[in-house]
Design a protein around this ligand. Structure first.
Ligand SMILES: Nc1ncnc2c1ncn2[C@@H]1O[C@H](COP(=O)(O)OP(=O)(O)OP(=O)(O)O)[C@@H](O)[C@H]1O
Length: 339
């Protein structure tokens, strides 16, 4: 989407590169951009003198509003809708013995959670890497990944700014000397969102809901605990990142409310794919992909029957969490409830 903020920052040249149809729009509407491609639209309008504006009835605000409306309608019409992914498809490759995987394809839809399970060394991280890489038969597994029924074009595969996939790994180490607020504000500005203050506040509030111990906007990011920084990155990925696909390599030991974390990510219509052996997370998923010897051997749909166990598991989990807290705060361990 184009908004006023983005329009204020991008030069005419950058605008035309991102929205090629604007070249015709400028011509048709007699906006002369020749030799002015390095200016922003606002600078260009400022450079036209008053008399010329009056003669040609040029109204800056009207022009800006029209360009934003026109661009967003064209984005919609051409199906360019920024980075929204409806379906991710995995086509079969080969296991470590060179045997073909036995399935036609696996479709994953926006808002779904997929878990990857399998013994140590079986190839879970490899599958995550295939997805991150948008593999085109060019990885050891020879799998092919399609996004919205098409291979990912080369620019998108390697572009840093427009990443399809956000990767949340177990270790988050910040080295920048910034407060939480400054860090998020920078990210919000780089994404050119209009209401950055509001978004930064929302991310901090959500991250604090996920993290055990609260932090403030003035906390330096280098002094966040492991759980707090992970909570911050999850909230940031859910709310601010444009990446429609989120890959998570093990979330269970992160010291955060993992159920809320997943709900937050999926609530934003992301596709979440994670390697996990945590039964609570697995039951929150829609499907489980089972891997053995480098190959996908089974795809299990989580049934209502399986999911009905979730509330029991959550009760057990709460007992464990309470015990952990007792340990943490130096209390005696007691079992308050009957299991
Ligand atoms: N189909 C395959 N063909 C060839 N090599 C493969 C295949 N699948 C996985 N491998 C390789 O096997 C090794 C182990 O795989 P990987 O690290 O993905 O396992 P994992 O299940 O994530 O293990 P862990 O649970 O210990 O983290 C890696 O070097 C990986 O590249």
């Amino acid at each position: 989407m184009l908004n006023r903020k983005k329009l204020e920052i991008l030069t005419i040249k950058e605008l035309k590169e991102e929205y090629s149809f604007l070249s015709d729009y400028f011509k048709d509407n007699l906006i002369n951009v020749e030799n002015k491609e390095n200016l922003t639209l606002i600078q260009l309008l400022d450079s036209i003198d008053k008399i010329e504006k009056e003669e040609n009835t040029i109204d800056d605000d009207q022009i800006i509003e029209n360009i934003i409306d026109y661009t967003n309608q064209m984005i919609e019409f051409l199906g360019m809708n920024d980075n929204k992914v409806k379906t991710l498809t995995i086509y079969p490759g080969y296991n470590k013995y060179g045997e073909k995987e036995n399935y036609d394809k696996i479709d994953v839809h926006a808002g779904e959670i997929i878990c990857i399970v399998g013994p140590t060394g079986s190839g879970k991280s490899r599958l995550l890497a295939d997805i991150e890489w948008a593999a085109q038969g060019d990885t050891p597994t020879k799998r092919i990944i399609h996004i919205d029924n098409n291979p990912v074009d080369i620019a998108n595969r390697f572009s840093a700014g427009n990443k399809l996939v956000a990767q949340l790994s177990q270790n988050m180490n910040f080295v920048m000397d910034l407060t939480v607020y400054e860090f998020l504000k920078l990210h919000a500005q780089s994404r050119m969102v209009e209401n950055d203050e509001e978004i930064v506040k929302k991310i901090i509030a959500k991250a604090n809901e996920l993290a055990g111990e609260k932090f403030t906007k003035d906390t330096p990011i280098t002094s966040l605990s492991g759980g707090q920084s992970r909570a911050l990155m999850i909230a940031d990925t859910a709310i601010l990142s444009s990446s429609p696909i989120v890959l998570i390599d093990e979330i269970e030991n992160a010291g955060i409310d993992r159920k809320k974390a997943l709900e937050l990510l999926v609530g934003e219509e992301k596709i979440v794919i994670m390697a996990t052996h945590d039964p609570i997370l697995a039951l929150m998923g829609n499907k489980r992909i089972v891997i053995n010897n480098g190959g996908i051997t089974k795809i299990i749909n989580v049934t209502e029957k399986e999911r009905s166990i979730l509330s029991e598991l959550e009760k057990l989990d709460k007992i464990m969490q309470d015990m952990r807290n007792k340990l943490r705060y130096g209390k005696e361990i007691t079992l308050d409830k009957k299991i």
